[in-house]
Write a protein that binds this ligand. Structure first.
Ligand code: CA2
Length: 152
């Protein structure tokens, strides 16, 4: 089978609130802006993007499982599940697609409970603290991995 030119963009719990609360931490862009930026970045490289945001862990797991069928990589901001979710990590590991982990804020300089990520070692690309622009960086770097232009 040829490599699908499609990515799954996953945004975890509470990221539907982007642009409406805590602009000092997360900026003023909305989730729609993030999805549009990611789609535009991917389209410039000949990829399309399917998006999912949910406040329910199982919905995210199902979307990740489905990506096996027709996607070649996953860009994910797991939100707070980053720091708590073995099942999300297991789903990403199970589908065995290349993963780019994105965080809008610089989690390393925030509360200690945000310093550990269950996702980090199943991701090949990590972009932290670049604001919403980090989704574009992550998408570019993930596509470079998928298309063999680099190894990370
Ligand atoms: O910096 C990030 O992107 C985070 O993944 C965002 C999560 C947080 O739990 C992680 O530690 C770091 C929180 C997502 C909630 O997003 C909101 C956006 C606007 C207003 C309120 C919450």
């Amino acid at each position: 089978m040829t490599t699908p030119r499609r990515l799954l963009l996953v945004n975890g719990p509470n990221l539907n609130l982007l642009g409406t609360r805590e602009p000092d931490i997360y900026g003023s862009a909305t989730l729609a802006d993030v999805e549009e930026l990611t789609a535009r970045t991917a389209a410039a490289r000949g990829f399309e993007v399917r998006t999912v945001q949910s406040n329910h862990e199982g919905v995210l797991l199902d979307a990740i499982h489905d990506a096996r069928e027709d996607c070649s990589g996953i860009v994910i901001n797991p939100g707070g599940l980053t720091h708590t979710s073995v099942v999300l990590r297991d789903a990403l590991s199970a589908v065995a697609l290349p993963v780019a982990e994105v965080h809008i804020s610089d989690v390393a300089s925030r509360e200690p409970f945000r310093h550990h990520s269950y996702i980090a070692d199943v991701a090949i690309v990590h972009v932290v603290g670049e604001g919403v622009a980090g989704y574009a960086t992550a998408t570019e770097r993930l596509i470079a991995v998928i298309t063999g232009q680099t190894d990370n």
